[in-house]
Ligand binder design. Structure first.
Ligand code: SF4
Ligand code: SF4
Length: 449
């Protein structure tokens, strides 16, 4: 027996806690567990001669992957999981941009460097449906993500294409789900009803902080502010459709993000929407005029904790923060052979950051299954677990960072957990303690393998 390489041990009050990043298991250690772990670490554990209590405890430690059989190679296990998921055909995820046009001019946006006018025509829509039909011969689930540009500028196309995809999936007995990214400016009550009829379950609205913080970054095309209108739209439609407000954070709007949280709490919107946070990225080619204001991943990790602290004080249910960090099976979902992104011209991309840049397209949607382009091979062939990642303690929670960044300059774009894992775990333990889950329940949280 041996200890996992991916155990994280830390003190919480008077209690020792251990987390395993492969299983996602979190254990509050009692004395028996502590003694066992110490002996296993020193290679002094006889399986024979253990007391009944020790045997039960050892089983729990094994169940949480904290203790492993000697022959188990964790690195090989993770590579295996990665490859299986990459080629898993049971799910098809289609990211569709019915237009790459946008009615806003955000200061950092990557989408305005090429003429993006135009809406998807019927031939491209038909080619997407045909592609989905082929893949759904095997796949059991079709998940559609509406992207842009601003997808609500092409609401009719979105609605018509949804209907074709839903009709086929339903007739074939396949599950269907759908999600939409939007800037929120066109999200009226009537639009929300059309989206709900098109089986869009959730919309994610991007807001970069309260009032002028947002308006300095996310202006309309005519230069006018957008914040007030977006908030009114959210109030009007969040009883019809699930809304996630994604708050973008950079170097200059941390206070703006906190003020927004406060305002949503004051107006009671906080109980009607979910909130998540994301880094306004300086790690992947932002607009050159903006690069000094964005924030590195490491700095983002520390402001993230500050914002989460405030959010918790205001009583928020933070997406991705209620559970302990989850092990991943891919570093980026777009690495899967069965996650396919297509723009209004029918061009296929792997990375969302590339959408709309025709020189970064892989091929046309009708050619995607021919596997003929060099850029397709590049993605297929990519091994995300290089020498630095092999040594990384949070590897199971990241699996190698962003592939696009690695293609661009060989650098790693590390997961935020590399910098804030223990803080996140402590907060989770705090919640468990509040819920009065005691140390007698040794395995308080475990993602079963
Ligand atoms: S390759 Fe990187 S930037 Fe592109 S979708 Fe994946 S994680 Fe995002
Ligand atoms: S990209 Fe960074 S955080 Fe992710 S596994 Fe590699 S070294 Fe670790």
């Amino acid at each position: 027996m041996k200890l996992s390489k991916f155990n994280f041990r830390f003190q919480y009050g008077s209690q020792q806690v251990i987390f395993n990043a492969i299983s996602g298991g979190l254990l509050l250690l009692d004395n028996t567990a502590e003694v066992l772990l110490e002996k296993i670490g020193l290679n002094q554990i006889p399986e024979a001669g253990l007391s009944e209590i020790e045997k039960v405890c050892l089983e729990e430690l094994k169940r949480g992957w904290i203790v492993l059989e000697n022959e188990l190679d964790e690195l090989l296990y993770l590579k295996n999981i990665y490859l299986r998921t990459k080629y898993d055909r049971t799910k098809l995820v289609l990211t569709v941009a019915p237009t790459m046009s946008c009615n806003m001019r955000c200061v950092y946006c990557f989408e305005h460097q090429e003429d993006q006018s135009g809406i998807m025509n019927d031939e491209v829509a038909a080619a997407i449906v045909k592609f989905a039909q082929r893949r759904l011969e095997v796949a059991q689930l079709l998940s559609v993500v509406w992207f842009g540009g601003e997808p609500l500028l092409a609401l009719d196309k979105l609605s018509a294409l949804s209907k074709s995809l839903i009709d086929f999936a339903t007739a074939k007995g396949r599950n269907y789900s759908s999600f939409l990214y939007t800037n929120g400016t066109l999200l009226t009550r009537n639009t929300a009803k059309i989206l709900a009829d098109s089986r869009v379950d959730t919309v994610q609205v991007s807001i970069d902080g309260y009032g002028e913080f947002h308006d300095a970054r996310r202006k309309l095309k005519n230069g006018r502010p957008s914040f007030g209108n977006i908030i009114e739209n959210i109030k009007d439609c969040c009883d019809i459709i699930n809304v996630v407000i994604k708050i973008g954070v950079d170097r200059g709007n941390v206070q703006g993000a906190i003020l927004l949280l406060q305002e949503l709490a004051r107006t009671n919107l906080k109980n009607r929407v979910n909130v998540s946070f994301s880094q306004i990225n300086s790690d992947l080619d932002p607009c050159v005029h903006y690069v000094n204001k964005t924030i590195s991943r490491r700095d983002y990790a520390s402001v993230y904790l500050k914002i989460i602290e405030s959010a918790t004080e205001f009583g928020y249910n933070i997406v991705n923060f209620e559970q302990p960090p989850k092990p991943r099976s891919l570093c980026c979902g777009h690495q899967s052979m069965h996650v396919v992104s297509v723009d209004h011209r029918g061009l296929v991309y792997k990375c969302l950051e590339d959408m709309g840049h025709s020189n970064r397209a892989l091929c046309k949607i009708e050619d995607y299954d021919k596997f003929e382009s060099a850029s397709q091979l590049k993605w297929l062939d990519y091994n995300p677990i290089g020498p630095e990642c092999e040594k990384c303690e949070v590897l199971p929670l990241c699996l190698g960072g962003c592939p696009r960044r690695s293609f661009d300059d060989g650098a790693l774009l590390c997961n935020v957990d590399r910098y804030v894992l223990i803080d996140k775990l402590k907060r989770h333990v705090e919640r468990l303690v509040e819920q009065q889950v005691g140390p007698s329940q040794v395995a308080v949280s475990l993602n079963e393998k």
